[in-house]
Write a protein that binds this ligand. Sequence first.
Ligand code: PDD
Length: 281
Amino acid sequence: MSRIAYVNGIFMPQDHAMVKMEDRGYQFGDGAYEVIYFKDLHLVDSIPHIERLYKSLSAIKIQLDISTQAMILKIKELIRQNKYTEGFVYLQVTRGISPRDHVYPEGLKPVLTMSVRKITYQHHSGVDVFTEPDLRWQRNDVKSIALLGNVLAKNAAAQQKGFEAWLVDKDGYITEASAANAWIVDKNKTVITTPISNQILCGITRQRLLKIMNDNGIKYQERKFTETETREASEAFLTSSTKAVVPVCKINGKKIGTGEPGPIVKQLQNLYLKFVDTASN
Ligand code: PDD
């Protein structure tokens, strides 16, 4: 049976779902997106995800006239129609359809599409990452559908059998991963992650994990860190809505700490998965 997708108000078999050739998302990458995990029909952190979508849309001057609650109802209906109990919803909003021109006409109707994928969190026993120059634009806080810099970096890492690319800015600092936030744990057991700015996406998993660390008395700092610091760290990991908390055991082929997931990342993995099991919005 084909999956069910949503295209501007209509639920339909995904095999039949289409967007127009002159959709500005297709021609210019002119749009924003979100990815929300769900388990047992509960959406994980749906409100912050949808608020971030509206923030991204407002940054690129797209106005979508759907309330957060109406959006949540549509997402839940899509999940119900697909009959999946665990997976993620991909939501995309583009500026609309019009003859190709960099200047967009006023009053375009945005195109909202949604699809679901069935996945369960993998229990990663530790992955390898490779560094790549961060060649992206200067508004990585916007969850733009234009992801060429991310795509090229992750493929460069994949070609070396890496799980992710950790992106390095022109001053030698790790910004984030191509599709996740990046973290290290120093020798004093302090968890470190890059501070929020327009250089990185403010990950919803990142924000949730910071709260979990606060609630559990785990020390952390939001500050920049380099590749050398990563190599000298005792642990490292990455976070995203589709992957949860993933231990990173090697960077550019060199072991981090013992080369095995450490105690802090294991604790954070368990705490985050426990949160997902009790999430209820
Ligand atoms: N990506 N940074 C980037 C560049 C990302 O693409 C993502 C997530 C994150 C983590 O954000 P969150 O915790 O809110 O998922 C950080 C999604 C999953 C994707 O593009 O598929």
